[in-house]
Every structure is written in C-alpha cells, then in structure tokens.
Design a protein around this ligand. Structure first.
Ligand code: SAM
Ligand code: SF4
Length: 335
C-alpha cells in the first residue's frame, strides 16, 4: 500500500469538510426490523462484500485524508466474523479520533467488553420497545431480554457514551416514548428518536405510521421538563436536556421535518464497497472495483474519491407521504 500522505483533506464541491465516515461491514442481520428490511431478504453473495482487509484499507485511506471519526454499522456489524479484530486495527490508525459503532445489541452480552477493549469508544444501540411482544413484532425475530442484557453489558464495559436509537412509528411504539426515556434516564444513557426514512420497499405504507420529532417531543414534555441545548455531535440530531438528569441527552433526528444537509460532514460506504455521497440520493461510486483493480496503490482510489466528492448532493429530498424514493434498504446503506 502506498502512503498517500496527509493532504488538505476531503472537501466536497460545496466546501463541506468530510471528516466522518460510516462503514457498513455487512448487509446481513439477525433481525428484520419492519422499517429497515422486508420479511424475505436476499443478502449479497459473500464475494461481493468487502473483505476485512479491504474495509481496513479504505478506513486507512480515509483517515490519511483527515477523517476523524469512523462508525461501523450494517446490517448488524456484530454478526460479521472477525469484527473485534477489525475494530482493534481501525482504532489504532494514527489520526483517528474515535471509532464508534451502531448495533442492535443482540450480541453485546458476549462482545461488549471485547469491543471496548479493542478501542470502540461509543456505542449506539437500537431499542424500539420495552414490551417483549411489541419488540418482537417490530424486529420480527428479536428477543428483547437478550438486548436488554446486552445494554447492561455495554454499561459495565465502560464505553465513553452509550446512546439508544428509537425509530418512532405511530400505532407501534409511539406510546412507549415516555417509558423509553425513563429507561435511558435511569441508566444515564443518551437516547435519540428518529423519524422513519423511506428507504427500500418494506411491504407497508410508511406514511400512516409517520411520527414527527415535534410530536415525540410533545409526548416527552408531558412528564419531563425539557431544556433546549445547542450541543451538537456534528450530526443531524438536535438535542435537549432533561431537568434533574444532567447525564443524559435526548436527541431528535428529523430528516423530514428539519433539513440538516448544509452542515453534512459525512459519507457512507456500503458493505459491497459503494461510496454513498448522500443517504437520501442514489449517487455513488464503486470503490470495490478500484480496490480490486489497484491492490497495491491507493492513488487511483484517492483520485476517484476526490472527484466523487465534487458531486456530493446539496441535500436529500425525503417527503413524509411515505413514498419510497430510494430503492436501497437501510441495511444496505450503512445506516
Ligand atoms: N443493526 C444496527 C442497528 O439496528 O442499530 C445497525 C444498522 S441500522 C441500519 C442503523 C440505524 O438505522 C438503526 O438505529 C435503525 O433504527 C435505523 N434505521 C433503519 N432503517 C431506518 C429507516 N427506514 N428510517 C430511519 N431509521 C432507520
Ligand atoms: Fe437489522 Fe439494524 Fe436493520 Fe434492524 S435496523 S433489520 S437490526 S440492520
């Protein structure tokens, strides 16, 4: 591998500095969440998925270009064999400020401590319900108690921060918002509520279940006094604090109701090595082909990356009528 040196960094055509990359390490998952996947999914053949070495090479390339934060995601990153070793190698890249991960929590009882020891700094864990039957209905295959035990294991493992992610859907889990907030506050965890995005045809109309961040906020305000905060994690979430619970933050991720594109600092790598310039647009480039065509020199990869960034879209264009605009499923996008 040729050292490409430290350049000016990755700046897109609109002057936005890209210092955050989300990398999907697999499109596979042990859950089939209703908002993310169809019940019957066909996953990629293994040879089409980037190898661990290819993921590591891309991570090193990004970090050499000034990327400070990498999030490993999926699919479910913890179903990928060799994930802990990959984390250890990426976390050790000089210049990377933090390696973080998004997980559904199902494997954390056994993997939380190894991940923390490998250098993963923060975890986002999805938790859409505290009712075992509803949890099963939303995830189709998930076991709530396994995930709750996984969250306990993560709390004990000593991550810098743990954040719960909740996709809120009317009639499915909107009534559970207050209980989920109390669960997070009792443990000093952060919690973010996400508006469902129209990614992939999941076999139901999304519009009917759409629940806006403003509605979620109103539900929480019934039992807690919320304090607006100007904090930002460099991402799309807007945060509030809760009177009496200084440790936790509540985030609202609102791709529909609050457009956050002008400060977008991120790109995504899919499990098959497509660089997605915007979650809400189809623009992408095939980094896997470049990786395999140029096994020993990074210069062509870097040139393609720089060129592609010039075409990073100004903004996404989700509407809340539930129409699918993007045919990719979220698990293929590096959520
Ligand atoms: N399997 C891991 C998990 O569930 O946390 C990581 C991958 S998942 C695709 C990443 C995040 O995307 C999760 O928090 C999930 O809730 C969210 N997500 C998936 N599909 C979504 C959709 N259509 N709209 C909004 N968020 C979605
Ligand atoms: Fe799997 Fe995460 Fe998608 Fe649920 S949201 S199906 S856990 S990848």
């Amino acid at each position: 591998m040729v050292d490409t040196g430290q350049h000016e960094g990755l700046i897109d055509g609109l002057g936005r500095r890209i210092d955050y990359v989300r990398m999907s390490v697999t499109d596979r998952c042990d859950f089939r969440c209703v908002y993310c996947m169809a019940e019957d999914m066909t996953f990629l053949p293994r040879q089409q998925v980037l190898s661990l070495e290819e993921i590591e090479r891309l991570a090193a390339l990004f970090v050499s270009q000034g990327v400070k934060k990498i999030r490993l995601t999926g699919g479910e990153p913890l179903v990928r064999r060799g994930i802990v070793g990959l984390c250890e190698r990426i976390a050790a890249l000089p210049g990377l400020r933090e390696l973080v991960m998004t997980s559904n929590g199902s494997q954390l009882v056994k993997l939380a401590q190894p991940l923390a020891d490998a250098g993963v700094k923060r975890l986002n864990i999805s938790l859409d319900s505290l009712d075992a039957d509803k949890f099963r209905a939303i995830t189709r295959t998930g076991d709530l108690y396994q995930v709750l035990a996984g969250i306990d294991a993560a709390v004990s493992a000593g991550f810098q921060r743990i954040k719960l992610n909740v996709v809120v859907m009317k009639g499915r889990n909107d009534q559970e918002v207050p209980a989920l907030v109390d669960y997070a506050l009792a443990r000093g965890l952060d919690i973010s509520f996400i508006e469902e995005m129209p990614l992939g045809q999941v076999g139901r109309s999304r519009g009917e279940a759409f629940c806006s961040s403003d509605e979620v906020r109103a539900l929480i305000s019934q039992s807690h006094q919320l304090i607006d905060s100007t904090e930002s994690s460099g991402g799309p979430a807007r945060y509030v604090r809760v009177e009496g619970f200084p440790q936790s933050r509540i985030g609202f991720i609102s791709p529909h109701s609050h457009n956050f594109c002008s400060t977008c600092n991120r790109v995504r790598m899919t499990a098959e090595g497509r660089l997605l310039l915007c979650l809400g647009q189809e623009n992408s480039i095939d980094m896997r082909a470049l990786l395999r065509r140029h096994p020993t020199t990074d210069a062509p990869l870097l040139a393609a990356l720089q060129k592609a960034l010039q075409g990073k879209p100004a903004h996404h264009d989700f509407s809340s009528d539930g129409d699918v605009q993007i045919l990719r499923f979220m698990n293929a996008s590096g959520g």
